[in-house]
Design a protein around this ligand. Structure first.
Ligand code: TEU
Ligand code: CA
Length: 547
């Protein structure tokens, strides 16, 4: 084995479990209704007890909050709603005391239109910052081309003073940065190194596959210079420290993921890819165009990623993030079998190879919400609603899509207790709390090893105790079975077998086909009465020595 790969095998983040915090919905320390850094510090012991190794913090930098912080106006300051730089330093230090690293969210594809660079850029075509963004000459009524923005409308915005359009892939308040400009790139590296000096443990890179766009050729993702830019970025910043880096890449295929996460460490540690996440939508359409989950396809997708990246890259493992609906409502069952199905989904995911990510509240089995349209806060949801109304969709139909897929499903405040505002804030929460906080909350689950929290805690421990979970090869079992998701992990010494009933019916299972001497490590029912029968959502993880 080449030496480089051996080194990579020992990377700390390969056996780590990462927890994502969406700061505005996590914990509010000062009663203004918005979660903040001090609130996070207060909850570090909770996270330590859960056992996670790092926190991915969604953006906390200064921002007008048009897209909840994914529109940054100062990369080297903290937004006052979250606290200040001293609080951030305290968070890094307090986390470090508990062996927890802080991963910052880098939004490098675009900035806020209120960033100083953009304010300067807008002053004149000769301004030194003008070329930090992407401009096209034109006239007010003729757009440069038909490109659309992710949150609706044209991707081009007219600036009358300059008689030019600027390019934005997201909201009008998120102008795209021009990575072709070496001065901009250098300025970004300086900023990243400043954060590394502050002691952060890594970075999540927002829509990193979109930085090398070429709007004249309708290229957004995977532009020709993407991997060249990433190699330079990594060399100038990340490679100088022992960091974890994860790029958000909606367009990643396994082939591309091997470039991003090459064990030679020339780009990133891993990417978030979304092939499994996009399965329950009509093919070629938007996420709002709902379709049932094709279960066999789900198995095929996971299996392919597991096998193709083995020793050639590294997977991230996730069901949830701040943009996605809650997995227990989505592919589990959030009524009769909420506890069983939430645990099944956890066991299924955490047995695979890669770095698992837990999104706040997932460890409690938090569910989707149904608000009336005015109660949604997300810009994407509000724009979608207007856009589809104008296109003639029925209100009820739009609401069905929103219930299923709105990003606000993930953004309801963390449910800490069954007291006022779920213990999230003393004030008025910025977004309505999910009314089921009377039943689903952290305080009782932490005490109970049989809870969903207890299951996640155990899974994190198992990853530390059984190296095969980190390094073992993956093999899918019973590929054609329409109910069971089962697989095997194998290294030189040992094997892990994971068997999950993905549905709410009891079924039989030919477990003798996997062989004997199996020791049960974890399951989601109190005890296994009949080894050959899987109850609704039953999930088991076994271990054995190789014969
Ligand atoms: O998300 C990228 C992205 O493509 C999503 O907006 C996605 O299109 C949408 O959520 C699902 O339809 C990242 C961030 O995770 C997201 O929160 C930001 O809004 C976006 O980038 C812009 O920075
Ligand atoms: Ca606050």
């Amino acid at each position: 084995m080449p030496e480089k790969e051996t080194k990579q095998e020992k990377k700390w983040w390969k056996s780590a479990v990462i927890y994502q915090i969406y700061p505005r919905s996590f914990s509010d320390s000062n009663g203004d209704g918005i979660g903040d850094l001090k609130g996070i510090i207060e909850k570090l012991d909770y996270l330590k007890y859960l056992g996670i190794n790092a926190i991915w913090l969604s953006p906390v930098c200064r921002s007008p909050q048009d897209d909840n912080g994914y529109d940054i106006s100062d990369y080297q300051d903290i937004d006052p709603i979250f606290g200040n730089l001293t609080d951030m330093e305290e968070l890094i230090a307090e986390a470090k005391k508990r062996q927890i690293r802080i991963i910052m969210d880098l939004v490098l594809n675009h900035s806020s239109d209120e960033h100083n660079w953009f304010k300067e850029a807008k002053k004149s075509k000769e301004n030194p910052y003008h070329d930090y963004y992407i401009w096209r000459d034109g006239t007010k009524d003729v757009l440069p081309n038909e490109m659309r923005a992710a949150f609706g409308g044209s991707a081009w915005e007219w600036v009358p003073e300059l008689e030019q359009y600027y390019f934005h892939q997201f909201s009008v308040k998120q102008p795209d940065l021009n990575w072709e400009n070496p001065k901009l790139r250098k300025e970004i590296y300086t900023m990243i190194n400043w954060w590394i000096e502050k002691g952060v443990g890594g970075f999540r890179l927002d829509v990193i596959d979109q930085i090398a766009k070429e709007p004249d050729r309708f290229i957004t993702s995977n532009g020709p210079r993407l991997h060249e830019f990433l190699k330079e970025l990594s060399k100038e910043t990340f490679q100088k420290a022992d960091l974890v880096t994860v790029g958000e890449a909606w367009s990643a295929t396994t082939e591309l993921a091997k470039l991003y996460s090459n064990p030679d460490n020339s780009e990133l540690s891993m990417v978030f890819q979304f092939e499994h996440i996009c399965l329950d939508q009509e093919e070629g359409k938007e996420k709002w165009d709902l379709a049932p989950l094709p279960f066999l396809k789900l198995k095929e997708v996971f299996s392919r990623w597991q096998r193709e990246l083995y020793k050639k890259g590294w997977n991230s493992l996730f069901w949830n993030n701040h943009d996605l609906p809650r997995i227990v409502s989505r592919w589990g069952n959030d009524t009769t079998y909420r506890i069983e199905s939430a645990k099944m989904l956890a066991i299924l995911l955490h047995g695979m190879q890669g770095t698992p990510y837990i999104y706040q509240g997932e460890e409690l089995g938090m569910t989707n919400i149904r608000y009336s349209i005015e109660e949604y806060r997300d810009i994407e949801t509000q724009n979608l609603y207007q856009e589809r109304l104008e296109k003639g969709y029925k209100k009820e139909e739009i609401m069905q899509s929103i219930y299923a897929k709105s990003r606000d499903n993930a953004r309801t405040p963390m449910q800490w207790t069954n007291q006022k505002n779920a213990g999230f804030t003393d004030g008025t929460p910025w977004i309505k709390i999910n009314p089921n906080y009377q039943e689903i909350y952290a305080e009782n689950q932490v005490k109970d090893p049989e809870s969903i929290f207890g299951c996640y805690k155990k899974l994190i421990q198992l990853r530390k105790e059984y190296p095969v979970l980190v390094d073992g090869e993956f093999e899918m079992l019973w590929k054609k079975d329409e109910h069971i998701f089962a697989y095997l992990r194998r290294n030189k010494e040992t094997e892990i077998v994971v068997i999950c009933n993905f549905f709410d019916q009891t079924i039989s299972c030919k477990i003798e086909e996997v062989g004997d001497s199996l020791k049960l490590l974890i399951c989601n029912y109190k005890e296994i009465q009949q080894p050959f029968t899987l109850r609704p959502y039953e999930a088991r993880m076994y271990w054995r020595k190789r014969q």
